[in-house]
Design a protein around this ligand. Structure first.
Ligand code: SF4
Ligand code: SF4
Length: 457
């Protein structure tokens, strides 16, 4: 890891000097790191405490473009366009310039929402990333996939795409890659589109099966990938193969990151909070972090950890609430890299968390809708929350805690999912969702796990 600094963070240093917010901003304007990043513009404090022009940027190899280290994942945008515009306005005003979408997000409406919001700005103000989401085998045909590609330009209202990704590579292995991109000539077409300048940077997002990952990077001389998107956070760094029985991910993020760096391919990071699980943890773990940085959110720790790696181009966060956007911008404006001692602490926390029997769902909704009405991510989120709150696993049936905890689990589910028609109990094991999950979760098996808890006597 690079970009390490002394154990005393900038904020802690200023706190020790007893300097208030105004002095903090003045000091940040003189910070040599910001000077190096070209951020010498006088900062303007907002009512929420965020100054403009303090964002940390990374340089895109080859073009020298400055990409904000915080990227806006558009997947979870609210439905109302006014609200989308408000979030995008705040992001751009505070230096975020990378926006990531895909044709399949939000039932096919996400690119249009993104295009509407971004097209209000001059084209050079933002970088937009979208993907070839040809999962459905009807879209393996070249002409159908090309229609998806061309539609992206119309929805985004652009005549070039800054970052174009082969979406969800690796989930179903080499055959899937061949059907979707190699045998139908689609990859050759996309490479030509890059040559023609309609795609500025070409890469892929990786979702498991390291054979495919290695294949793509081992052919770097042929494909010249500009970037690759990987799932990386301090838990997946060494524990990505956790729950292997239900989750076929077979390489830790440390391996993926190192191989990208050695190959000279910059990384875009997805799931820095691992589906939110790093932003909500057991009290005893949370306290270890807040003792060191009382004013920092748990999410900021995870973002700082990712951002401390020098080969990261940008870190995507799926922000749909202003408070998350404000907090994340604060974290990256400028980034305060993790110290060695902080990295060690996060590694210890990851080791403890790896022992929790959670379901590795990132609430991406790719598996939805379920034909039988099951709210798949809703059930998994609640189950994971119950594990984190130590309601699960249930103690031995002889234990005095057994019935109270079981009741607590059921009551909690009623609150989380008031309509029982969306509960795991409705799962018929039809397997329609099975191939849709990028995390390779065996969804019906995990539903059965929840049902088992509900039915325990
Ligand atoms: S296996 Fe269960 S959760 Fe998955 S689609 Fe079928 S009914 Fe829904
Ligand atoms: S089960 Fe898989 S596809 Fe469904 S929301 Fe969770 S991670 Fe996404």
């Amino acid at each position: 890891m690079s970009d390490k600094k002394s154990d005393l963070s900038r904020r802690q240093f200023l706190q020790k000097l007893g300097l208030g917010a105004g002095a903090t901003l003045a000091a940040m304007a003189m910070d040599p790191l910001n000077v190096l990043a070209g951020n010498m513009t006088k900062p303007q404090a907002k009512a929420d405490g965020n100054a403009k022009n303090q964002m940390t940027y990374r340089v895109q190899h080859g073009t020298g473009e400055k990409i904000s280290l915080l990227g806006f994942g558009m997947m979870r945008l609210p439905d109302e366009q006014d609200e989308v515009d408000r979030l995008v306005d705040y992001a751009i005003e505070h230096g975020v310039n990378y926006f990531d979408t895909a044709p399949m997000y939000k039932g096919g409406r996400n690119e249009a929402q993104t295009g509407k919001a971004l097209s209000r700005y001059p084209r050079e103000k933002y970088f937009v990333a979208t993907k070839m989401s040809n999962y459905d085998n009807r879209l393996w045909q070249f002409d159908e996939a090309r229609k998806m590609y061309e539609k992206s330009f119309r929805e985004l209202r652009v005549d070039y795409i800054d970052y174009y990704l082969l979406h969800g590579i690796g989930g179903s292995g080499m055959d899937d890659l061949k059907h979707r991109f190699l045998d139908n000539g689609l990859l050759d077409f996309l490479l030509k589109e890059r040559e023609a300048g309609r795609i500025r940077h070409l890469g892929w997002s990786y979702h498991g099966n390291v054979e495919v990952f290695d294949f793509l990077l081992n052919h770097q001389d042929e494909y010249h990938w500009d970037f690759a998107q990987i799932q990386m956070n301090y838990l997946d760094w060494r524990h990505a193969s956790l729950n292997k029985r239900s989750w076929k991910r077979d390489a830790d993020a440390e391996y993926l990151y190192d191989k990208l760096e050695k190959t000279g391919v910059q990384a875009v990071v997805m799931e820095p909070l691992r589906g939110g699980s790093l932003a909500r943890m057991r009290d005893n773990l949370r306290e270890r972090l807040t003792a060191l940085r009382p004013n920092d959110s748990l999410a900021s720790w995870a973002f700082r950890w990712v951002g401390s790696h020098s080969n990261i181009l940008t870190t995507l966060s799926g922000m749909n609430q202003m408070e998350h956007l404000v907090d994340n911008i604060r974290t990256f404006s400028p980034l305060d890299p993790c110290t060695d001692a902080e990295n060690k602490l996060l590694e210890e926390i990851a080791d403890v968390m790896a022992g929790f029997p959670v379901i590795p769902c990132t609430t991406c909704h790719y598996c939805m809708p379920c034909p039988f009405g099951v709210d798949i991510p809703g059930n998994f989120s609640y189950y994971n929350e119950a594990v984190e709150q130590q309601i699960l696993p249930l103690p031995d049936k002889q234990s005095a805690d057994y019935m109270p905890r079981k009741q607590q689990f059921t009551e909690g589910l009623k609150k989380a999912l008031p309509d029982a028609a969306a509960w795991a109990t409705q799962c018929t094991d039809c397997e329609a969702c099975l191939t849709k999950c990028p995390q390779q979760i065996r969804i019906p098996n995990q539903m059965a796990r929840i049902v088992e808890v509900l039915r325990m006597r």
